[in-house]
Design a protein around this ligand. Structure first.
Ligand code: FE
Ligand code: CA
Length: 504
């Protein structure tokens, strides 16, 4: 059976005309549908998710990608070699217009801790090949190369950093939010959004996601390794909180807008079908074990948060310390604390969106109300949970701020008592446009626990063993010009038994 499937795959890919005689499905020929590339995600010890979406005309304004309104079968293959001579799984997924002809296949029963390759076929067309990995088995702690990124504004630059990430051949990539931006097109940047208006309908969110996925650099990053994704605000709307819209947003039904945004997000990400949204709700926070080396606690700090205190912005705001305020919501906080107390691996990585450490913006004590500083009791409860449990290997991974930062997490930021964890903040892929290597916004007087700052575009590379995590801040000098090389602009070591940033 496996041999037969492989042969039909090859025949189908050779020539539409002759293959059409062999395969009745080819009667309804469509033009090349794999314009959005392929992706994998949600690695487990026995499998992962593989994704694609059929879209012969990805930017069609109706958001349906130029597909006819028919259920369309997509064959898929998983092999242990890049040339597909050793195929270990095959199957057929039936796409529907209701899900924008997206494909989400969850593989199980594979071997832990190894590479696989996958591809799709429909209508005589064969997709690019993607590489995925299974997580290592519990009980083992092989070295992990993990990259994390956030904030890719399509208009503000080319996705060179995504290309450089692909070239690193990591085991795993985390995306921590602002994967897309929702704004309307401008005429002053290096390229322009489709559609041209601020997106708020399902059709518009689908077109925007599809435009992103047509980018060859982003496609390369998706094809190179499995991703774990969480959203921030711009996947829906700038600085929204739960079902509270940003004050400056266009009028309309925000609940319907969030439902549309979440649905399009799911349709374009390598997520499990069990994660598909229901109306305006989508369960995105989850734990992913990487053997006994690390546990990824992927957080959602948008869907359940209380509205920003004091009208958002950077403020002196005593209400930010109200113990009733929450960034995670009660249920997610309980779930996270339970997971930290279980201490499933040497390291606990919190993959999340907004600045975790205290970060004073001025001597008057003003802080960002959109970050954890606007929800300090929630932060304290989580920190205290891992600290009192004796966990030393907690590292918070953050996006959002379009700058690279590194910080020690303190048991008490005011007195600077005791380092209890580490925070690594990735800069943006492109948001904010070209950086400025001379910018130095570190303020060691206001924030003695903050140790690193750099204003360049890029990502963070980590290599983790049971003993230590080596951290390289990777950057490109320009994103308004294509194809800059990447370089390391800052490095640290974090020890699993001794929290905080150390010189490499
Ligand atoms: Fe951003
Ligand atoms: Ca953001």
């Amino acid at each position: 059976m496996t041999t037969l499937r492989r042969r039909t795959f090859i025949v189908g890919g050779l020539a539409g005309a002759s293959a059409g005689v062999l395969l009745p499905a080819l009667a309804n020929a469509i033009s090349y549908p794999f314009t959005l590339g392929v992706a994998s995600g949600e690695p487990a010890a026995d499998g992962f998710v593989i994704w694609t979406r059929l879209a012969p005309n990805p930017l069609n304004a109706d958001g349906l990608g130029g597909m006819p309104n028919t259920n369309t079968a997509v064959d898929w293959q998983v092999a242990t070699d890049e040339r597909f001579t050793a195929i270990v799984r095959t199957g057929t997924f039936t796409t529907t217009q209701a899900s924008a002809h997206s494909v989400h296949v969850t593989l199980t029963g594979l071997e832990p801790g190894r590479e696989y390759w996958y591809r799709f076929r429909t209508g005589g067309h064969i997709s690019p090949v993607g590489r995925a990995l299974t997580a290592p088995a519990v009980g083992t702690q092989p070295e992990l190369t993990m990259l994390f990124a956030s904030c890719s504004h399509y208009e503000e630059g080319y996705f060179t950093a995504y290309r450089r990430m692909a070239e690193e051949h990591p085991d795993l990539i985390l995306h921590l939010g602002d994967y897309i931006y929702e704004g309307g097109a401008t005429t002053t940047k290096v390229r322009q959004f489709a559609p041209a208006t601020e997106i708020s309908t399902l059709a518009n969110y689908r077109v925007r996601h599809a435009q992103y996925k047509t980018d060859p650099d982003l496609q390369a990053a998706h094809a190179t390794a499995p991703w774990l994704v969480v959203w921030d605000d711009h996947e829906v709307e700038n600085n929204y909180a739960d079902l509270v819209r940003n004050d400056s947003s266009p009028a309309g039904d925000f609940t319907a807008r969030r439902a549309a945004a979440y649905k399009a997000y799911y349709e374009h990400m390598p997520l499990r079908s069990a994660q598909a949204p229901s109306a305006e709700n989508m369960l995105l926070h989850r734990r992913v074990r990487w053997g006994s080396l690390a546990t990824f606690h992927m957080l959602d700090t948008r869907q359940y948060r209380n509205d920003q205190a004091c009208g958002d912005g950077t403020k002196v705001c005593p209400a930010a310390d109200d113990p009733a305020r929450s960034l995670t919501g009660t249920s997610q906080e309980t779930w996270l604390i339970d997971g930290l107390r279980q201490k499933l691996g040497t390291w606990d990585f919190l993959g999340q969106q907004v600045f975790f450490a205290q970060r004073l913006a001025a001597a008057d004590g003003s802080k960002s109300m959109d970050a954890w500083d606007g929800y300090t009791a929630n932060r304290t409860r989580i920190q205290n949970a891992w600290d009192t449990n004796g966990n030393k290997g907690t590292v918070v991974l953050t996006g959002d701020v379009h700058r690279s930062w590194g910080a020690n997490l303190m048991q008490n930021y005011g007195t600077q008592n005791r380092i209890i964890g580490t925070e690594l903040v990735t800069t943006s892929i492109t948001s904010g446009g070209d950086g400025n290597a001379a910018d130095n916004s570190l303020n060691p007087t206001l924030n003695p626990h903050v140790k690193y700052f750099k204003n360049l575009r890029g990502y963070v590379k980590t290599r983790t063993t049971s003993a230590e995590m080596r951290v390289d801040y990777r950057a490109v000098d320009k994103v308004t010009v294509r194809d800059y090389p990447v370089k390391t602009v800052g490095s640290f070591v974090v020890e699993s038994t001794n929290p905080g940033l150390q010189a490499p």
